[in-house]
Design a protein around this ligand. Structure first.
Ligand code: UFG
Length: 323
């Protein structure tokens, strides 16, 4: 059985669905501080904070856990800049508690949700895994330190792990069972789609003076189903005795904020009012992945390779929720 922490969140819930579709048995631990029980498509659910050692231990007692997918974390770059203590407490403290409980129960295989935010401003593009790690935000730093801790646990205690460094997750389950659901919403694509559907008056562009072709931030958007599949492949890699390591997950192509808005206009056929505002603290100008290592070593192949198809699934989910 696979334990998924944070399995009620956006990427976690899509990965749970992918695991179930692949025939795995899954138990989810989530405190529902940001996730939603409705997104968890299994009855094996424990509502607990990952810093709660007793509750985690009880879950390990109750279920025959072989490996862990660890998503549970706070995930907002700007929030982490404003409140770093909370980010380190949950993201670092929670991970340490989880690792210690795993160790106590002899579970040593882990897939960790890392992030492109660990790289900071790129010195090379696209960004390979051996790029310098210089996070610009406490969020990014919390993920970078967790990766180091995992390497220590691997050396000292025989853990094996895969760190998946996501670029920008986008889209929703194409069958419409689940989708992206943050409250409040702070990610670009759902915000733009909310403006398209009239739920918000306009989209604010955070910075138009970046050194990018049109002055706005550039990101590598990757469909959440492709991310979910990478987790299943990472689990298989570890189960087959594969080596520990880190892998970038992106499509290797960047879209600017203005390009994202344009694609959303095309997909929705709606008007999307825009305002230009200042930069958001902690944001790098551009993040684009070199994800060839995952393709080579995990045999991962993203199926959604253009933004239109990602926005289409996100838009379908938003309309379904509204109806
Ligand atoms: N943006 C706007 N207006 C908005 C929201 C976002 O202009 O209302 C811009 C941002 O400045 C950025 C881009 O759109 O340039 C994407 O922003 P998101 O908030 O959607 O995503 P981030 O790139 O900030 O962060 C996401 C995840 C992080 C992860 C990071 C790694 O939320 O967890 O990707 O790339 F670390």
């Amino acid at each position: 059985m696979i334990l998924v922490t944070g399995g009620a969140g956006y990427i976690g819930s899509h990965t749970v669905l992918e695991l179930l579709r692949s025939g795995y048995e899954v138990v989810v631990v989530d405190d529902l501080s940001a996730g939603h029980r409705e997104l968890v498509l299994t009855d094996n659910f424990v509502q607990a904070d990952i810093r709660d050692r007793a509750a985690l231990s009880a879950a390990f007692q109750q279920y025959p856990i072989e490996a862990v997918l660890h998503f549970a974390a706070l995930t907002s770059v700007p929030e982490s800049v404003a409140d770093p203590g909370r980010y380190y407490d949950v993201n670092l403290g929670g991970t340490l508690v989880l690792l210690e409980v795993m160790r106590a129960f002899g579970v040593t295989r882990l897939v960790f949700s890392s992030s492109a935010a660990i790289y900071g401003d790129p010195q090379r593009l696209p960004i390979p895994e051996d790029h310098p790690i210089r996070p610009k935000s406490p969020y990014g730093r919390s993920k970078a330190v967790c990766e180091e801790i995992l390497a220590d646990y691997a050396r000292a205690y025989g853990f094996s792990y895969v760190s998946l460094r996501y670029f920008n997750a986008a889209g929703s389950d194409p069958e419409g069972k689940i989708g992206e659901w943050h409250e409040p919403e702070c990610h670009l694509i759902p915000i733009v789609l909310e403006a398209a559907s009239g739920k918000r008056p306009y989209v604010e562009i955070f910075g138009t003076d970046y050194e990018t072709p049109d002055g706005t931030g550039v990101r590598d958007y990757i469909h959440v189903v492709d991310l979910a599949q990478a987790h299943v492949l990472a689990l298989e890699h570890l189960a087959a005795g594969g080596e520990s390591g880190a892998y970038n997950l992106g499509i290797g192509r960047g879209y600017s904020v203005r390009e994202v808005i344009e694609v959303c206009r095309k997909v929705t056929g709606r008007k999307i009012p825009v305002r230009e505002g200042p930069r958001r603290p902690g944001d790098p100008a551009i993040l684009v992945a070199d994800a060839r290592r995952a393709q080579r070593e995990l045999h991962w192949q993203p199926r959604y390779t253009n933004l239109e198809s990602m926005v289409e699934t996100a838009w379908a989910w938003m309309r379904r929720r509204e109806s």
